[in-house]
Write a protein that binds this ligand. Sequence first.
Ligand code: GLA
Length: 406
Amino acid sequence: MFKMKDYAYHIFSPYRVCPLGAHVDHQHGLVTGFAINKGVDLWFNIREDSIVKLSSRTFEGDVEFDINRPSQVKEKHWGDYARGAKYALRKRFELTHGIEGVIQGSLPVGGLSSSAAVLIAYVMAFAKANGIKLQPFEIVQIASEAEREYIGLNNGLLDQACIALSKKDQLLFLDCDTNEYRVIPFGGQNHLPLRETGEGLFEIAIFFSGLTRSLVNSDYNLRVYECKTAAWNMLAYLDAPLKPFDKTFLRDIPKETFEKTRDMMPARFARRAEHYYSEYRRVRQGVTAWETGNLPLFGKLSFDSCESSMNNYECGSPELIAIYKAMRGLEGVYGGRFSGAGFKGAVIALVDPRYKESVEKAVTERYLAEFPEYETTFKTFWVKPDDGARFINDLKIYSGRIQCKP
Ligand code: GLA
């Protein structure tokens, strides 16, 4: 039976939402995001030996492996994320101590980057067990490498950065080319006063469609290649030197080049590039809107970002599109978009807290009128921007090393 007090360490690794700057991190674009107050909990003890033993309160089966040996092939099991974290850490450090732990997720929802959240929790736990001190951005890079090289998703740094670097009630702004980032209070340095009611200016609604999918099996990787193909097309038309495909990013090609060549390339590739360049502009405007306390403009840009995801990037299932249409235009909804890649199940909205009830009711009614088959699985969750992944100091029962069994 699971008892928290049996564990010396507790890591909380939040999920993330991205209001602006979607599908551009892998092209070294500009992104924004929040960590939220729901996520993954990992309770663990450090072992004397190098064995990792894990169980999950969310998924079936136990996981056991040696942290000191190279990772075996993937098993298509939740334990792959722990093996992925080991894989990426082992490239840099010697790992001699395993852990014994229990993991649990707090929302049954796709699209909030639970995979990056668990990877970050494992990276932090394995580092702690082996006395490795990691800088926050190192955690981002190691977890990202685990996801790209071990799990096999060609994604960028958005998820890991939001999860590891966020600060409560602030917006994370990351340049995925230079890796420079800022966490920005609403209204810039001069915090705007909260409402007299004491409530925040917005809460985040997560509308879960009821649909679950894995990104590795979606068109996610295909879209990344389409962006790179657009970049190659542009360079080829200009007779400019090409770089290897994996080192080709839209960020390295000026917008003027796109303007000159867009009509020459197949329309599908031009649409992917249009998404990239327009999202770059929206993020810049959005960050200024946030810094100057203009939530309506920030929200409108998030809506526009979703439109571009649908029309230019061509992602989003009929279910997600129905939720987006149901919420757009409702009183009290500042803005919102598909959460994450839009191949999975959730749509987020920034909502004036005074309208929470009416917004939830209207979206539920409209969505279920179109998709009654999700009557029992469609759900709305309300969350807030929160701090990034961290150790929780509620469990210092004893010093944390357990004896390995003979
Ligand atoms: C997923 C990926 C991220 C990012 C988003 C879309 O969450 O893991 O790297 O590309 O989709 O913005």
